[in-house]
Structures are given as C-alpha cells and as structure tokens.
Design a protein around this ligand. Structure first.
Ligand code: HEM
Length: 266
C-alpha cells in the first residue's frame, strides 16, 4: 500500500533529522573510534564518550536516539515557553516595566553571566507564571502499576491516566482569577504555600522533566539578552489562541513587531 502524504512527510522529516544528527556526530569524531572523539564538554560528548559497566560505548543508533529525545523534549517546549512569555509581557506593560527595572538594576545593559542568574528573581517569576497560564507541555500520562483507586474511582492495573497540567494550573482554588498574568504568585513565600502538585509545568515525581533546571536557565538568559536589545509588541489585530497540540502552541502563530532598544549589549 502507498504511504499517505502525511506519512511521507513524517518519514522525510525523520530522515532530515537523522542526517543532521549523524553528521554532527561524524564531525565530532576526529578518527573512526570512540577513543578519538574530542570532548567538547557538552551533552553530545558525554553521550558519545559514555560507557556501560563493561566499558563498551553506545552505538550510533543509541546515541542518535538519546540526542533525538533531548532535541524533541527540549527544543519546542522551551521555545513555546518563550513565545507565550513575550506575548504576556506585551499585554502587561506594568509587569514589563518591572522586568526592565530588574534587568537595569542587575545587568545595566550588559550580557548576563551565570552569576547574575540567581539575582534575576522577577524574571524567573515571569517565566513561571507564563508556564502556569500556558504550560508548554500541557499534559502528561501515568500508567497504574497495580489496581488502585483515583478520586474514589477504581483504576485497574495497566490503565493510562492523562494528567491535565493546563487544568491544574487554572484551578481558582490555588490561582484566583486564573487567566490574570500575575508573577506575584511566584514570590518565594507564595510558591512555598502551594501544595506540591498545584503547579507542575515540568511534571512531578520520579519521571519529572530532566531538563527542568536547564530550561529555566535557558529561558531566563534568552529573555534577559533579548529584552535588553529589543522590544516585542503583538502585531495589531493578530489573533491569539492556544491550540492543544503535542505542545501548547499559538494556533495562528505569534506575529510580533520588533523594535531595537539597544543595538548591542556591553
Ligand atoms: C520549558 C521547557 C520544558 C518543559 C515545559 C518541559 C516539560 C516536561 C514535562 C511536563 C515532562 C513530563 C514529566 C512527567 O510526566 O512528570 C517532561 C519530561 C522530559 N523532559 Fe522536559 N520540559 C522542558 C524542557 C526540557 C529540556 C530542555 C530537556 C532536555 C534537554 C527536556 C527533556 C525531557 C525528558 C528527557 C523527559 C522525560 C523524562 C522521563 O520520562 O524520565 N525537557 N518535560
């Protein structure tokens, strides 16, 4: 049977990603064996140089699979988080002003360093509140390991439960006026008062997102660099509506106008 056009596109996309990943792996090798891989100190080097207990390295397909997971799980999620954050900032000038006051106080027009990150507390609150309203990974799943009950309902071993992260984040019991963008909800005191699973943009428990800390760092750095240089405003009349695909994406894209604030950072 002929594959459908959708399946053909899917296979072509996988082939493109495979070619890209295998090429990067090949570039990383100065010779043909794992002993000759140059250690660049990044995730790919770690994967290519990692060894089993018996000393054997991963084969190319295994490294490729790990890279694909990190790429797939880490790229679209963080980019969605940033997209929604820019949108929310553009709609909330008071928050935007406070954000810029923090950038000015902490960075004063220069690029952020690792040491600056803990000081960008309001920036962090902004990212957290943005991921509350628009959680990039809006659902996750769990499978019952044994017969049990959930909310009084019987749940058989093997049944899959969908966890609606988006719904949890909009519960007015914990987040009054849930559509209001209010980074004050994530001051350390307020955050501490939240029950454990009232806020879970990265999931929870043993399978919590492994990229959690990396994603927060990446988002804060990207915001701090870009916001000092550019001002983003929503294109007038552009419709904004969340669409619950695999990640929570803006249904019509997010068309924004870019104005330069500062051509280069010090
Ligand atoms: C804003 C960015 C991100 C969000 C919102 C996000 C969200 C999530 C969520 C909700 C889960 C499911 C957790 C659960 O079921 O308890 C997950 C799992 C995962 N994430 Fe992320 N993620 C982000 C960034 C990243 C990055 C940057 C990476 C890697 C570099 C990554 C790698 C993974 C992996 C490998 C898993 C599966 C973990 C497991 O099953 O043990 N994620 N993520």
């Amino acid at each position: 049977m002929e594959p459908t056009p959708g399946i053909r596109r899917y296979k072509a996309a996988i082939a493109r990603l495979d070619a890209l990943i295998y090429r990067i792996m090949e570039d990383r090798r100065s010779g043909k064996t794992s002993q000759n891989i140059s250690d660049k100190g990044d995730a790919l080097s770690m994967l290519m140089l990692s060894q089993d207990e018996d000393g054997s390295p991963m084969n190319d397909k295994q490294v490729r699979d790990e890279v694909m997971t990190l790429f797939g799980a880490g790229h679209e999620t963080t980019s969605r988080a940033l997209t929604w954050t820019w949108y929310l900032l553009s709609q909330n000038p008071e928050v935007e002003q406070r954000f810029h006051d923090e950038l000015q106080n902490v960075l004063g027009g220069r690029a952020p360093t690792m040491e600056d990150l803990p000081k960008l507390t309001y920036t962090e609150q902004i990212v957290k509140e943005s991921m509350r309203i628009y959680p990039p990974a809006w659902i996750t799943t769990r499978q019952a390991a044994h017969d049990t009950t959930l909310g009084g309902e019987p749940l058989q071993k093997g049944r899959v439960v969908i966890v609606n992260i988006w719904g949890v984040h909009h519960n007015p019991a914990y987040f009054p006026d849930p559509w209001k963008f209010d980074p004050e909800r994530f001051t350390p005191e307020h955050e501490k008062a939240l029950p454990k699973s009232a806020y879970l943009p990265f999931g929870n428990g043993p399978r919590v997102c492994i990229g959690n800390a990396f994603a927060m760092m990446e988002a804060k750095l990207a915001l701090a660099v870009l916001a000092q240089r550019f001002r983003l405003t929503l294109k007038p009349g552009h419709p904004v509506e969340p669409q619950d695909m695999f990640t929570l994406r803006p249904k019509y894209g997010m068309q924004m106008q870019v104005a330069v604030r500062q051509p280069e950072l010090a």
